[in-house]
Design a protein around this ligand. Structure first.
Ligand code: ZN
Length: 48
């Protein structure tokens, strides 16, 4: 799951189909290659 570093929205799409390795936030119109990754499911956390 990708998160916008500016507004923390998950409305992040590949910019121009990903040709430039950039992302675009549909909420705040941020465009850049810096994006946050977040694990959607963390329920299966195992420790040894
Ligand atoms: Zn944003």
């Amino acid at each position: 799951m990708k998160i916008c570093p500016i507004c923390k929205s998950n409305k992040v799409m590949l910019y121009m189909g990903g040709h430039f390795g950039k992302y675009e936030c549909k909420k705040c119109n941020y465009v850049g290659n810096l994006i946050l990754e977040k694990d959607e499911e963390k329920k299966n956390k195992k420790r040894k």
